[in-house]
Design a protein around this ligand. Structure first.
Ligand code: ZN
Ligand code: ZN
Ligand code: ZN
Length: 253
């Protein structure tokens, strides 16, 4: 399996429009963060988790030429806004795009992209096939996904474990029961918004504490805000097995 971090930035991305802080002015490519998303290549299957507003740019950058399915973590705009751009794959692959999400998220997608689901199908709109999931393992094109239900303030959202890889974005609390599903992961990608505590995301310290408890071989932090600081400086303070993610980072496992 090859994992590519398509985006590692919080909902506004980094740089933030209009901001002149040192992170937003940084010329280090690792300080330029598109909205969070991840690409999984498992054998010949190509799967993306979340289609945020930067979906098109990310797919072009990584030269992703086929896409077999989209899996959603939750309905926030920074995870769904790019859905319209799956049209390119509809045209190329001549098939509907399978979307996997829980009932609440599917309902929200139907509202926000009502033209996709209306009775009258305007030519050229996205063609989708909906798959409702719950908190139990499911297969995406033969690839086994195990959901991990975590809390994002008051919103339950899904992280996913796929083999030895776990991906959890948008979280500030994980129950012991759900944490158990993460144990034994070789690689974990985990939410860490900034240094200071936040109502709906792990802070850097909270994320590091959890990773020290779970002890994966390697961990990467994601959903990072400009308030986290410069990539280069923050990395120096982290234990060796924890790195900040950056856009384009590839993990083979
Ligand atoms: Zn800034
Ligand atoms: Zn969110
Ligand atoms: Zn988010």
């Amino acid at each position: 399996m090859k994992v590519t971090l398509l985006g590692t930035g919080t909902s506004q991305g980094v740089p933030v429009i209009g901001c002149t802080c040192k992170v937003c002015r940084s010329v280090d490519y690792r300080d330029k963060r598109l909205r969070v998303s991840v690409h999984l290549q498992v054998g010949d299957k190509s799967i993306i988790i979340d289609s945020g507003p930067d979906f098109r740019e990310q797919v072009l950058r990584e030269r992703i030429r086929t896409l077999d399915a989209l899996v959603f973590t939750h309905e926030h705009k920074d995870h769904t806004a790019g859905l319209d751009d799956i049209r390119a794959f509809n045209f190329m692959q001549q098939r509907d795009m399978p979307l996997y999400a829980e009932e609440r998220v599917l309902k929200q997608l139907k509202q926000e992209f009502s033209y996709i689901f209306s009775g009258f199908k305007y030519p050229g709109i996205p063609q989708v096939q909906l798959h409702q999931i719950g908190n139990y393992p499911f297969e995406v094109e033969g690839v086994l996904f195990t959901p991990i239900q975590v809390m994002h303030y008051k919103l339950p959202v899904f992280g996913y474990r796929i083999g030895d890889f776990s991906y959890i974005t948008d979280v500030n609390y994980i129950s012991e029961e759900e944490k158990d599903k993460l144990r034994g992961s070789k690689v974990i990608v985990l939410d860490a918004l900034r240094i200071e505590k936040h109502i709906s995301h792990f802070s850097l310290q909270e994320a590091v504490q959890l990773l020290e408890e779970l002890q994966p071989e390697q961990a990467y932090l994601t959903h990072i805000s400009h308030l986290m600081g410069l990539h280069r400086e923050v990395e120096q303070q982290l234990p060796d097995f924890i790195r900040l993610g950056y856009d384009g980072l590839q993990i083979e496992l």
